[in-house]
Design a protein around this ligand. Structure first.
Ligand SMILES: NC(=O)C1=CN([C@@H]2O[C@H](COP(=O)(O)OP(=O)(O)OC[C@H]3O[C@@H](n4cnc5c(N)ncnc54)[C@H](OP(=O)(O)O)[C@@H]3O)[C@@H](O)[C@H]2O)[C@@H](O)CC1
Ligand SMILES: [K+]
Length: 510
């Protein structure tokens, strides 16, 4: 049994296809026992740290009607055999029969949810004696939306601040979309089997998972195209890792000049909204552009001239364009975009620019909407985007032909002809503030001007901003975060140098 670093996530349909193949080779029982073993280990580790050992710890196992409850009951049996006091609570339907028999044979017992004495009218529920709660109510067979009184129990567990370990996923979250409709459990740790699922990467579900452990139970960790196609929805997400971010960024060498590093042409901001022009230029300047030409309105131009003397204000050669942030209601917006389309250069279209898009644009163009802007682009409600951001970002790509970076708590990058969707490194909640998106658009444009492929530039830019914010926690305003970007890039460059040294060393040592 080994820990797998979380990287790829697949939808439930794909997981079911993998499960079927594994059933054929090792059998369903073996898979469940492996899952239960890994789960019991995770609970035991928690018991050791909270109570000094498994023996004598008090564990409550919440069980639903499916195999998720089966995993939890078999894990409970293992823990009871090691001396834990294990009580299973029947939350929904009939518990997994063999799992329950195993628990009882090991000295555990089953009670009903009613026996916990939860009171719907009480503001604070009486806390049962429990060191650890294991959430085995629903797994990948769960429909979102917990029925009462399970929803009340989920709320109570959150109020009790009890260590909660979710089996596969926190019950109540939608496995494929990451949506949380109504109440859901919030875990301290989630132990998931074989591969991660979208809910482990996408907010708000991700925030309910706590620490995530993907354990190897013998499923193929790399589903084939057939496995994915069979699922119907084909959701394949790839979480950017810090090492990848370090590898994706362009670093100059001794022979680089400003054109090798890239010249960005920026037409953002307006006399009404000058801040967006300033911030997007800050983003471009501080993420490594060789040169930035600001070609926008007069008021932002004057502000930029005061703050960033290295910015050039005359037209000339550029290698990537950035337009749209803070344009407001710009009458010539469509004409500007039509002209840029003729240029054939990679182009970032942000914010108000999205309202002026030509019918089709190339995949080298990058659109950077937040949920509301993507909804407007698609003629949908904002909730249509937030309830299933993967579906929405795909729809944005299909409609426009562009690469789309959907901004928000989880930032997704989708591009035509690539079967997976990249998930940027998640940033701290402090980065949700006015101006973050403008700076991000500037970083995207810099990476494009340096010649980074559009989807990679988008995933790297969003991840870089998150990385810099993590290194500088707290309410740091976006312009200050932009100024902290060079130090973050330097750290990533050192990391990349170490990676390359290791690769060379391993090549030498065979
Ligand atoms: N993948 C793998 O390789 C392995 C997977 N394993 C484990 O199996 C788990 C999946 O098991 P599973 O298929 O039995 O589904 P699970 O979620 O336990 O329950 C479904 C039941 O709940 C019911 N139900 C659903 N939603 C409801 C709601 N809102 N409110 C009320 N009821 C609701 C639903 O009813 P129905 O939809 O049929 O009406 C059905 O009866 C997986 O997460 C992992 O833990 C491991 O054992 C090892 C290998
Ligand atoms: K669960």
């Amino acid at each position: 049994m080994s820990l797998v670093e979380i990287y790829d996530a697949y939808d439930v349909g794909t997981v079911r296809a993998l499960e079927e193949r594994a059933f054929d080779t090792v059998g369903a029982d073996a898979l469940m026992q492996r899952a239960a073993h890994a789960l019991a280990l995770a609970v035991a580790r928690e018991a050791v740290s909270l109570c000094g050992g498994v023996y004598g710890s008090t564990i409550i196992i919440l069980v639903g009607p499916g195999n998720n409850g089966g995993d939890a009951l078999f894990a409970g049996a293992r823990l009871a055999r090691r001396g834990a006091r294990v009580t299973a609570v029947r939350c929904l339907g009939t518990p997994h029969a063999r799992g329950l028999a195993a628990l009882r044979a090991a000295g555990g017992r089953l009670i009903d949810l009613d026996d916990l004495g939860l009171d719907p009218a009480a503001r604070i529920q009486q806390r049962p004696a429990a060191d650890i709660v294991v959430d085995g109510v629903l797994g990948i067979g769960g429909r979102p939306g917990l029925p009462e009184p399970v929803a009340l129990l989920a709320r109570a567990c959150r109020d009790w601040l009890v260590t909660t370990i979710a089996v596969d996923l926190p019950s109540g979250v939608a496995a494929d979309t990451g949506a949380v409709a109504g109440d859901a459990f919030a875990a301290t740790r989630t132990v998931t089997f074989g591969v991660a699922k979208p809910c482990h990467l996408i907010e708000p579900a991700r925030g309910r998972c706590g620490e995530i452990e993907v354990v190897d139970i013998g499923l193929d960790p790399a589903p084939s195209e057939d496995d994915r196609a069979g699922s119907g929805s084909g959701r394949w997400l790839r979480q950017v890792q810090t090492d990848q971010l370090a590898a994706y960024l362009p670093y100059p060498d001794a022979g680089s000049d400003k054109y090798a590093r890239g010249v960005v042409g920026i037409d953002t901001g307006s006399d009404t909204y000058p801040g967006a022009g300033v911030l997007s230029t800050y983003g471009a300047v501080h993420s490594g552009a060789g040169m930035v030409r600001y070609l926008g309105a007069d008021v932002p131009r004057a502000l930029i001239r005061e703050r960033l003397p290295n910015v050039v204000f005359s037209p000339g050669r550029v290698q990537a364009h950035l337009v749209g942030s803070g344009w407001g209601d710009r009458p010539d917006g469509a004409a500007v975009l039509a002209r840029l389309l003729g240029d054939g250069l990679p182009t970032v279209v942000d914010a108000d620019g999205l309202g002026h898009l030509p019918a089709r644009v190339p995949a080298t163009w990058l659109l950077t909407p937040h949920a509301g802007e993507l909804a407007r682009l698609l003629g949908e409600d904002r909730s249509w985007v937030t309830e299933d951001p993967v579906r929405a970002v795909r729809a944005g790509v299909e409609k426009t032909g562009a690469t789309v970076l959907l901004k928000g708590a989880t930032q997704l990058v989708c591009t035509p002809d690539q079967p997976w969707i990249d998930v940027a490194l998640p940033g701290p909640a402090w980065t949700a503030q006015a101006g973050s998106g403008d700076v991000l658009a500037g970083i995207c444009a810099t990476l494009l001007a340096a010649g980074v492929r559009t989807p990679r530039a988008a995933a790297a830019a969003a991840s870089l901003q998150a990385y810099a914010a993590h290194r500088n926690p707290g309410p740091v305003p976006p312009q200050r975060l932009a100024e902290l970007m060079p130090a973050a890039i330097a750290r990533l460059q050192s990391r990349r140098t170490r990676q390359l040294d290791e690769i060379r060393r391993s090549e030498w040592t065979g």
